[in-house]
Every structure is written in structure tokens, then in C-alpha cells.
Design a protein around this ligand. Sequence first.
Ligand SMILES: Cc1cc2nc3c(=O)[nH]c(=O)nc-3n(C[C@H](O)[C@H](O)[C@H](O)COP(=O)(O)OP(=O)(O)OC[C@H]3O[C@@H](n4cnc5c(N)ncnc54)[C@H](O)[C@@H]3O)c2cc1C
Length: 494
Amino acid sequence: MTHLATFAKEAGAHHTRELGRQADEHPPRLKAFNAQGERIDEVEFHPAYHQLMKIGLQGGVSSRAWTDPAGGQIAHAALLYMMSWADSGVTCPMSMTYAAQPILRRADWANGWAESARAPDYDPNAMPIEHKSAATIGMAMTEKQGGSDLRANTTRAHALSDDEVELVGHKWFCSAPMCDAFLTLAYEEGGLSCFLAPRWRPDGSRNQIEIQRLKDKMGDRSNASSEIEYRSAYARRIGAPGRGIATIIQMAHHTRYDCMIGSAAGMRQAVCRAAFHVSQRTAFQKTLIDQPLMRGVIADLTLESEAAIALTLRVGAGFDLSADNEREAALSRALTPLAKFWICKRQPDVVSEALECFGGVGFVEETGMARLFRTSPLNAIWEGSGNIMALDLQRALSDEAVRKVFNEELKRIAADIPETETLASKLRSERPDNLRLFAQQAALVFSADALTDPSLRKMYVQTRITHPTPIWGAFGVQVDLDNPIVRATSWMLG
Ligand SMILES: Cc1cc2nc3c(=O)[nH]c(=O)nc-3n(C[C@H](O)[C@H](O)[C@H](O)COP(=O)(O)OP(=O)(O)OC[C@H]3O[C@@H](n4cnc5c(N)ncnc54)[C@H](O)[C@@H]3O)c2cc1C
């Protein structure tokens, strides 16, 4: 059995889903002090959380892309997608650990960190990295006055040596604060730089990273998100001085990919649950799935979830090819913010409609739909909210090489799918006034292209490009619903 199939069995098992429910229902608690009143700044999790972390990390969610690089980013997507079904909260530290790898590989002194972060293991012990079998890595960028606007950060780095510093400042959102180290932005003389701040100082004492409190979040509840204070915390610069944003953006590129994967998984899960429910439930003498209006809704939601994973995998293939393919690297620069913008934005809409398919019971916690719904807006916010993605797309396209490849792709797609020609040619010539509209329209064209199944592609073009309507299942043209319905329900037979 291949690794992915083995992982699927474990991540998809009823027992694992149950762990996800437990981890979500028993959120982490801050243990700021020990009995003697000394700071320990630890977080206590339910045992189910640790078991999920073990399943994911030992299964390679954070490491596989780097330890087995041929097609590694696609394999990563498959693993993360499956893990998200069990619980999306635990995927946060897994994503950050995966995404830190390109940065950790930049400095010789960080080799040990890079190695520990890609070790396929989970070691929850709070102790120096030398004594651990594996590490997890977090990121601390957002401050109260600056999340999107990172240049507004005020955390200061005071030099101890050439590249060692002590950090002083507050970070307003730092998820998974039990990670072994945090990639952190702070100002030093040379400007805003990126640093790695470990939980333990080189002398083996606890680093002065104080967890002030854990956020009371609307979703993502198994995952701890914290406010932290650096009180002369030891850290070491990684990347060039003053190039902090350029350094950390390599991590953000990958976490944005993971946002797409997580959102695609959230949508697919919602649709499968809805499809299952309406296949069992009878109303007005018919199983709901056979009621024409419900067929349309399920088909439409299925199409959206299929388009989301198809576009995500197109981005992943670009990541895999980028190392020795300049064209793919340039295209990837534009497709990443574009796909993050679109896919993450679709998630709450899809989940909400899927929840409605359940009727009243969808509003009740036991179905799991409320949990899916509460978490559904998260990926659109984290790692660059919608407007920031639209602005980043514009920034990417201001690079001539990127714009050229982007336009060439639009031209190729228009040739392959003639119905996209009008929109694609507008996008090729446009210096857009409305970046959100530009991003939306470009995402539709690239999504249609990413869908390789001919009948799904046809339906996507008909319902999103040539005859769009804002309501799920409200088609302005005759569409073939059979294929998406089969794709939404066939798994129930096996
Ligand atoms: C569950 C969760 C976990 C998180 N974990 C982490 C973490 O581990 N580490 C970390 O560093 N951060 C983390 N964050 C923070 C997150 O990355 C930020 O919240 C996000 O980047 C937005 O920043 P902000 O909250 O300061 O919003 P703001 O920057 O104030 O933005 C508010 C709104 O204004 C929009 N906006 C901003 N600038 C412009 C503009 N120029 N034009 C038009 N619109 C604009 C944004 O798109 C957004 O919709 C987390 C957030 C959440 C919800």
C-alpha cells in the first residue's frame, strides 16, 4: 500500500475523526506559571490533540514535501487535505513547520533546526531542541498595529553579536506557541529583519518568550493562538539584515498554499457530509437527493469543491516545477495570491449552503457542520486577507517576466477553452481599476483550466463564466448534473 493510502486509512478512520472532535471540544489552556510562581509559559492540550499531532507529523504532513521532493508538494497537499478532515486546528503548526523549511535552509547554523523540523516525528516535550526527536516551528509577525502592514511592527532587536540579538516587543497573534522556535520579524539598525527565536536559550535556560494569554477564537479551537511578549528573548538573524519581509515571504508562499489546501478540504468535507445527509433523508415522498432543486445545489457545491482542489494542485505542481523552471516560478508568483484569494473566500459560502442542506439539524453541534462553519472564514484572514492577496497579485504582475507568463497562460487557456476568450483577453489587456474583480475573474479562468474532467469543466464554464448567478444551484442554462452528483455520492457505495 502506498504511503498516501496508508495515511488515508489512519487520518480518515472514525477513531481519528473522533480525536478531532475531542480536541476541538477541549481547547488548550495556558499554564503561565509553575507551583512556585515561576514562569513556564506552557500550554496544556487534551490528549486527543497530541495524538492528532503524532498522526500528522509521523505521516509526513510537514516533512514529505522536502524529504521526497519529486512531486513532493502534491504529496504534501494530499496529506494535509486528509489531515484537515480529522481536525483543521492541528494543521496550523504542521503547516508552519512545513513552510519554514525554505527559510531554515538558508543559514548553515540553522541546519540542525531544518533537520529537526523535517523529521517525521512529534515530540511534545518542552525542552531544548538537542534533546528532542523533532521540532515544530511557528511564526510571529502580527502586532496590534500591524498585521497586513508588517512595516508597522515595533518589536526591536538589540545586537548581542553579528547575528545574535535580544528581542523586545509584543506579538498580537502567535499560533501554536508551544512550537520549538518562532520565525519573527523585528527592527534592527539595518531595518526589518527575520529572526529565529527558540523556546530555550543556548545556555539551556528558558527563553524570555512570555505567553500573555490565549485567544478565545470562534473556530480553530483545538489550536492555541496566543499573544506573546519578547522580554529580551534570545534570537538569531536568518536572511539578510533589513530583508525580513523578503525572507519571511518564502514561508508565507507555502503557508498560503496550505490555506488553499485547508479550504479545499473544508469545502469537500462539508459537501460530502451534505451529500450523505440528503441521500438518507426523505421529504415529500422522495429522498432529498432526488428532489430536483437539491440535486442542483449538491451538484453546484461539488463542482466548487472540485475546482478548489484542482486549482490548488495546479499551484502545487508549479511549486514542484519551480526549482528548475523559470516560467513556472514566475507563474507561481502570481497564481499563489490569486488562488489563495479565491479558494479561501469560497469556503464560508460553500460550507454555509452545505449546512443548509441538513435543515435544522445542521445548526446543531453533533453534526459537525457548526464546527466546519466556524472555522471556514479563517484561511481567508490568515497569511494575507483578501485585499492583501489582490494587492499582492498586482505587485506580482508589475514584474514584466511574471506578467508575460501570466498573459501567455491566459492566451493558451483561451485557445483550449474558447468560451473563456472574452474574459481572458480582457484580463490580458487590463490594468485593472478594481483588483478584487480582476482577481475573481482571473481565478475563474485558471480554475476552469485546472479542471481536467471535461464535463466538470464545461459546467464550470457555463455556470461561472458564461451564465453566472450568485445563488448555488440557480442555473441560467441547462447543465448536466449527473457527473457531479456521482462524484459527490459514489464514495458512499464503497
Ligand atoms: C486564527 C488565527 C491565527 C493566526 N496566527 C498567526 C500567527 O501564528 N502568526 C502571525 O504572525 N499572525 C497570525 N495571525 C494573524 C493574521 O495573519 C492577521 O490577522 C492577518 O494578517 C491580518 O492582519 P490584521 O489582523 O492586523 O488586520 P489588518 O491588517 O488591520 O486588516 C484588516 C482588514 O483590512 C484589510 N486591509 C489591510 N490593508 C489594506 C489595504 N492597503 N487596502 C485594502 N484593504 C486593506 C485586510 O485585508 C483586512 O480585511 C492569525 C490570525 C488568526 C485569525
